[in-house]
Ligand binder design. Sequence first.
Ligand SMILES: [Zn+2]
Length: 279
Amino acid sequence: MNLASVICLVAALTLQGATAAAQDLPASSPTPGGIAVVDLGPADTAGTVRAFFGERRVMVTGHGGRLFAIVGIALDTEPGAATLLLDHDGRDSEVPFEISDRSYETQHITVANRRQVDPNPDDLERIGTEKKRIDAALRAWSDSAPQLNLLVPVEGRRSSAFGLRRFFNEQPRRPHSGIDIAAASGTPIRAAAAGRIVETGDFFFNGKTVFIDHGQGLVTMYCHMDEIDVAAGDTIARGAIIGAVGSSGRVTGPHLHWSVSLNGAMVDPDLLLDNPDQG
Ligand SMILES: [Zn+2]
């Protein structure tokens, strides 16, 4: 056996170790509101690779002997050239990737409670305070490797799609950064994957809300709940009941608004669902 084949054998053993814990990767859909799966090269290098998109650390996972960054792309991102920054034990490098365009439909909604469209100064102060808590929850980072095939949290009809460009009472507002699933008040809501509760609260727009940190920047958010059955710090299993569907916050009827955030960017939940046709 010559030296080259010895090295290859060592590499092969390392790759087997890496693939043992691997799971299927999501399909790459590098668009605003999508997920870019970026090949970072062979996984046989020693040390830790950390990847960053903008200021945010992004998920890195091994698959088939290679490392991939799983990058959430915010809905307001401009299509075009983008760059991941890599930190491999202190050595920096860049990996370019391309963000292509995706168009989303427009939706007009009438909200009877005008304060929920044009909040008064007290409301604005409350909204500002809540935004800090929400942003902090969405920035949660833990090193544990998350499950990437998510469970639909509630059985029910899809009442609103991800990414809709929205007008409330004819005024432009932020695009719809999750999916809505209509269900009767009291219907149990299940955790989309195992994780840790990072925050709960009763927010001006989102109503009673739970945030779950699944690891490596994957956070799911459940809004407009009737009741919350978990508390910050709880560790929960995939499918565990976290509360019930309701109509708290800015809603036109009982439903679950469900958002999936990767590196702080809300992405289309269908890209990570076990079976997108359900729910
Ligand atoms: Zn919604």
